[in-house]
Design a protein around this ligand. Structure first.
Ligand SMILES: NC(=O)c1ccc[n+]([C@@H]2O[C@H](COP(=O)([O-])OP(=O)(O)OC[C@H]3O[C@@H](n4cnc5c(N)ncnc54)[C@H](O)[C@@H]3O)[C@@H](O)[C@H]2O)c1
Length: 451
């Protein structure tokens, strides 16, 4: 499958981008011909949004949509599950005089996966001289190289520049406080979390410390800064074993959750509900995702699991590209049409536009409290249906072996997404075929992810 060809107007040569890019001309990279993918028109004008975990899979796609929608975006990510910036030492770049753009990194976590908090440092240099052009070019290269690769590519896709990136941990209260003091943050989208279900069973304390304590720290800093608009990445996992299908937001939560990861999502939801009940200035949306898959249509950003993938789609993609031998299908004796488990998959770009819609909602002057929304497609796809769709999209056979059911897996989980459509004006539009084609474009153009 051929890649997209983008016209790039940057003179920079230090940007890690696909060999398919076409260079020439002056200035910043242009948006691709098929962009923007944002479906949400700004009703309230551009605002400044802090995105935690913005270098990750869902976060980076959401940053694309926020930039496309015209928002200013500040990202906080410690890159414990993202490819870190190429620049490894303390770096400050500020080539955008007077427009509050900068990028701070600290001494980088050496293995890229430590949970050790990192610290933001500030150091500004607005010098311009007669050699301004060259210096600005160098500074721009420096600024870009202090961004994680996913965010460099986000800038390439959109032709827009992040307001700031901070390589810091959510648990670092001082660093977060400085960031809120520096930028006029008007809302937070909170993605940052550890998310590997199996790992959470092995190291629960790390999961609670990172996901729950990190969230508490963020909320405390937000409260101190007077920023009380929040969109939270939750998960269908809070519903536990579904009591009815399609599962709507009134379904009980917190019962039958089978792993610590899921409980961190549930606990954070409870904290946010209590907080919003205690102070009517808070406006919080809990977005419960149902199986995000796919990639940006450019093939430049996508899901890049560090280890053997936990989820179906990246596993299939790695089988298709030859990194893994065969898919393991856990159970073919469920009460479903082909006996394999059925899930509700949603394209990550649809999910991203859901966050832009959610922001519009939390910024409504009459909005307060805490509301939950399912983000899915409302359609079930079985494991074997996914295998076949991916095989068609990639033109490759996907060998698989059937194994025993896994403990904790349910036969079927499908969302009711009526509430999001009614109140947020959001509906997922991308098909299963698009999910597979876009995943394959990302995987085939980046067989080993962001390297
Ligand atoms: N991908 C899914 O299948 C899925 C499903 C439901 C919910 N979610 C939730 O969506 C959010 C994003 O998921 P994703 O798939 O993009 O995961 P991801 O791992 O790709 O992204 C999370 C990002 O957060 C960063 N991070 C983690 N802990 C941090 C900390 N303490 N400080 C700063 N940064 C930190 C990581 O480096 C990473 O870049 C998570 O909260 C996850 O629980 C994901």
């Amino acid at each position: 499958m051929g890649g997209q060809r983008y016209a790039v107007r940057s003179k920079s040569t230090s940007i890690a981008v696909s060999g398919r890019w076409v260079r020439g001309g002056q200035g910043r990279p242009t948006a691709p011909p098929h962009a923007p993918s944002s479906v949400t028109q700004l009703r309230m004008g551009p605002r400044t949004v802090l995105v935690t975990g913005g270098a990750g899979y869902v976060g980076s796609h959401t940053v694309v949509e926020l930039l496309e929608a015209g928002h200013r975006v500040v990202v906080v990510d410690n890159c414990c599950n993202a490819t870190p910036p190429p620049t490894t030492t303390t770096t400050t770049t500020d080539s955008h005089k007077g427009d509050d753009k900068d990028s701070y990194t600290d001494d980088k976590d050496k293995n890229g996966s430590s949970l050790t908090p990192t610290t933001a440092t500030a150091n500004h240099n607005n010098a311009t001289t007669t050699e301004e052009g060259d210096k600005d070019g160098n500074k721009e290269d420096e600024r870009r190289s202090a961004l994680p690769l996913a965010l460099q590519r986000v800038e390439n896709i959109t032709g827009k520049t992040l307001t700031a990136f901070y390589l810091v941990s959510l648990n670092d209260v001082d660093a977060l406080t400085k960031i809120f003091a520096k930028h006029k943050i008007e809302a937070v989208i909170h993605f940052a979390a550890l998310k590997a279900v199996g790992e959470s069973v092995t190291i629960p304390l790390e999961y609670y410390a990172n996901n729950v304590s990190g969230t508490l720290t963020l909320l405390q800093v937000m409260r101190s800064a007077g920023v009380k608009r929040l969109v939270y990445s939750s998960s269908a996992t809070v519903y536990g074993v579904p009591q009815y299908l399609p599962t709507d937001e009134n379904h009980p939560t917190g019962q039958g959750i089978t792993n610590p990861y899921g409980r961190t999502k549930y606990f954070c939801e409870q904290v946010m509900m209590d907080l919003a009940a205690s102070d009517q200035d808070w406006g919080v949306l809990l977005l419960r995702y149902f199986n995000p898959v796919g990639a940006h249509a450019s093939g430049l950003i996508g899901e890049d699991p560090r280890d053997i993938p936990n989820n179906l789609m990246p596993y299939i993609a790695q089988v298709a590209v030859g990194r893994l031998k065969a898919l393991q299908v856990f159970g073919q004796d469920y009460d479903t049409p082909d006996g394999t488990g059925v899930r509700d998959y949603v394209h990550v770009v649809d999910l991203a536009t859901g966050h832009v819609a959610a922001l519009e909602h939390v910024w409504r002057p009459d909005f307060n409290g805490c509301e939950s929304y399912n983000l899915g497609r409302g359609e079930g796809v079985s494991v074997l249906e996914m295998v076949n769709a991916f095989s068609r999209a990639s033109g490759r056979a996907i060998p698989y072996v059937v194994k025993e059911r896994r403990a904790g897996d349910v036969a079927k989980m499908v969302a009711s997404c009526t509430r999001a459509q009614t109140h947020l004006g959001w509906k997922a539009t991308r098909t299963l075929e698009q999910m597979c084609e876009d995943t394959w474009r990302w995987q085939s153009q980046n067989p080993r992810g962001y390297v």
